[in-house]
Each structure stands twice: as C-alpha cells, then as structure tokens.
Write a protein that binds this ligand. Structure first.
Ligand SMILES: [Zn+2]
Length: 81
C-alpha cells in the first residue's frame, strides 16, 4: 500500500520517469473497514516531473503505526451482531 523509497547508490531518481526527486509532502489516504484516514501532507520524496511520491522507512513505519492504531480503536466501535 505504501511505496518505499529505494536509494540506489545515493541516486535520487524517480523509478517511473527518472525525474529528479525533491523533499516535499504528499497527501496520503487509506481506507479500512468503514474508516477513512486522510493525511493532508506527509513528508516524502516527490518527483519533480510526474509527482510520484515515495516514503522513507521512518515515514512508512509512522503511517503503518497510525493505521494499526486506528484499526485497533475502530474494532472497539465495530458492530457485533
Ligand atoms: Zn517521475
């Protein structure tokens, strides 16, 4: 679900168009069982040419922690028949 940024030999190039990657932010959206999380601006590497965004390891971890926490809390509110 989350694209990881791969540093190859220190080169910061977009895997789609070989464009230059710059530090910026990107919106992130995830859907989980009736729960929708939208982050307006997550720090990421963004391609200057095509706008493709890649997250670093720590950003991927933070997003996954957030999604897991939401899933757990959401379970407490789940309708059990
Ligand atoms: Zn690109």
């Amino acid at each position: 679900m989350v694209k990881r940024f791969q540093k190859e030999g220190g080169e910061m190039k977009c895997i789609h168009c070989q464009g230059e990657m710059k530090r910026g932010t990107t919106p992130f959206h995830v859907d989980r069982r009736g729960c929708h999380l939208t982050l307006d601006a997550v720090p990421a590497w963004v391609c200057e040419q095509c706008g493709e965004a890649y997250f670093e390891e720590k950003e991927v971890d933070a997003i996954q922690d957030l999604v897991e926490a939401i899933e757990q809390k959401n379970e407490a509110l789940a309708v059990t028949a």
